[in-house]
Ligand binder design. Structure first.
Ligand code: TIU
Length: 225
C-alpha cells in the first residue's frame, strides 16, 4: 500500500510494506535526571517534548503493522566496546561506567539504559544496542532492514543533531530514504534541533526529508486499512 506523505523539501511516495519506524535512543539515560545526558550538564527536561509524538508515531505504525525498530546507546559492562576516547571525553559529572542514580552511566542492563516506559518496545520489535552515535555502526541494523525489504525509514528520537543525525547520514549513504519526524525528535539545544532539521531537507533533501506525526497521520488516513 503506497501513500503520499507531505514533507520538506517535497512530498514523498512511500510503500508502507517497505517502510519502518526507527526510534533512536529514547532512553532514561538521555531523558531523565541522573543519567548520561544530565552528566554532560544538559537540561534533560528539554527532550520530553518528543515522547508524546513518538508514542503517537508508534501507535500509527503498529496499527498498520509496520516494522518498528528501537535503538539504545550503551556499552558492555566491562566497557570493552567503549572507545577510551569516548570515555575520557570532556569533564562530565559522571563518566561512562560510573555509578549514578540510574545505575552505571550508559551501560547495558542498567536502569538508565532502558527505553522510557511510555515508549517500551512490544514483543517482536527489534531493539538495537549500539555502542556509537550512529545506529549502523557495529550493529545488525542494516541486515535487519535489508532482510525485511525496508527502503524508507521514518525516524524519531534523541538527540536531533547527534544520534538522529548520525544515523540518518549513515542510512542515506546506504541508500535508504529517511523521513525525519520533526516533532518526534528533540535536542538539549533548541537551535541545534532547528538547524539540524534544516540541514536534512536543504539542497533538495541532501540527507532526506522532514515531516511530522500529523502529516503521517493524514497520509495514512488516505489509505484504507
Ligand atoms: N549528547 C547528545 O546530545 N547525544 C548523545 O550523546 N547521544 C544521542 O544523541 N543518543
Amino acid at each position: 500500500m503506497t501513500v503520499l506523505l507531505t514533507a520538506d523539501p517535497a512530498p514523498l511516495s512511500i510503500d508502507l510494506a517497505a517502510s519502518a519506524l526507527l526510534l533512536i535512543d529514547m532512553q532514561r539515560d538521555f531523558l531523565e535526571p541522573g543519567g548520561f545526558g544530565a552528566s554532560l550538564g544538559n537540561d534533560v527536561a528539554r527532550l520530553r517534548t518528543a515522547v508524546g509524538p513518538c508514542r503517537e508515531a508508534l501507535r500509527l505504525a503498529r496499527e498498520r503493522g509496520m516494522l518498528v525498530i528501537h535503538t539504545r546507546e550503551g556499552h558492555r559492562a566491562d566497557l570493552s566496546d567503549a572507545p577510551p576516547a569516548k570515555v575520557a571525553r570532556g569533564t562530565p559529572s559522571r563518566r561512562i561506567g560510573d555509578a549514578g542514580p540510574l545505575g552505571r552511566i550508559l551501560v547495558r542492563g542498567e536502569p538508565g539504559h532502558e527505553i522510557v516506559p511510555e515508549l517500551a518496545p512490544e514483543p517482536g520489535e527489534p531493539v538495537i544496542d549500539k555502542p556509537g552515535k550512529g545506529a549502523f555502526h557495529a550493529t545488525e541494523l542494516d541486515a535487519i532492514l535489508r532482510n525485511r525489504g525496508i527502503e524508507v525509514l521514518l525516524v524519531g528520537g534523541v538527540t536531533t543533531e547527534v544520534c538522529v543525525h548520525t544515523t540518518v547520514r549513515e542510512a542515506n549513504d546506504r541508500g535508504y530514504r529517511c523521513v525525519v519526524l520533526a516533532d518526534c525528535c528533540a535536542s538539549y539545544f533548541a537551535e541545534f534541533h532547528d538547524v539540524g532539521l534544516r540541514m536534512i531537507s536543504a539542497q533538495g533533501g541532501i540527507f532526506g526529508w522532514v515531516s511530522d506525526t500529523s502529516r503521517v497521520k493524514a497520509a495514512l488516513a488516505t489509505c484504507p486499512r
